[in-house]
Write a protein that binds this ligand. Structure first.
Ligand code: HEC
Length: 127
């Protein structure tokens, strides 16, 4: 039995043998569960730079899907085939107005060049 289940059983009173833990407060339990879950969910690097990159790149997921994987034939271009370099070139071209589009030219104008570079770094595939 993993520790999460143990905690739940203990809290719900199923495991009466663990009387010493009976005093555990609901808030403490919730915080503990949250902590346990978040440790599992975020196995990736959590440095501020990595989080910043990921949160910028997450704004693209609405249309292009998680990590640019999209939905094949879903009507939006898949972008996970582009290298980091190609991705940045396209984003900068949209921003400069040299690449045509309906949405992307407007969207790219909303980011600084540094932010576009961070996004390309996150979403572009390895060369
Ligand atoms: C509102 C939907 C939407 C969002 C959000 C969006 N895109 Fe797009 N993207 C499109 C559409 C539509 C196109 C096709 C070009 C056009 O019409 O602007 C496109 C095209 C692209 C292309 C060119 C693909 C190719 O093969 O030519 C790239 C690269 C791209 N998007 C990257 C991004 C990145 C990176 C983000 C996040 C900063 C993003 N997009 C956010 C809708 C979106």
């Amino acid at each position: 039995m993993n520790s999460l289940k143990m905690g739940i059983l203990r809290y719900s009173g199923v495991m009466r043998t663990h009387q010493p833990h009976k005093h555990i407060k609901p808030v403490a339990l919730i915080l503990w569960i949250f902590g346990a879950l978040s440790t599992c969910a975020y196995g990736q690097s959590n440095t501020p730079t990595a989080l910043y990159q990921r949160s910028l790149a997450a704004t693209c997921a609405n249309c292009h899907g998680t990590d640019g994987k999209g939905v094949p034939n879903g009507g939006m271009p898949l972008i996970n085939h582009l290298s980091k370099k190609q991705m940045l070139e396209q984003l900068l071209a949209y921003k400069a107005g040299t690449k045509a589009g309906t949405i992307m030219p407007q969207l790219c104008k909303g980011y600084t060049d540094e932010q576009l570079a961070a996004i390309a770094q996150e979403l572009g595939s390895h060369e």
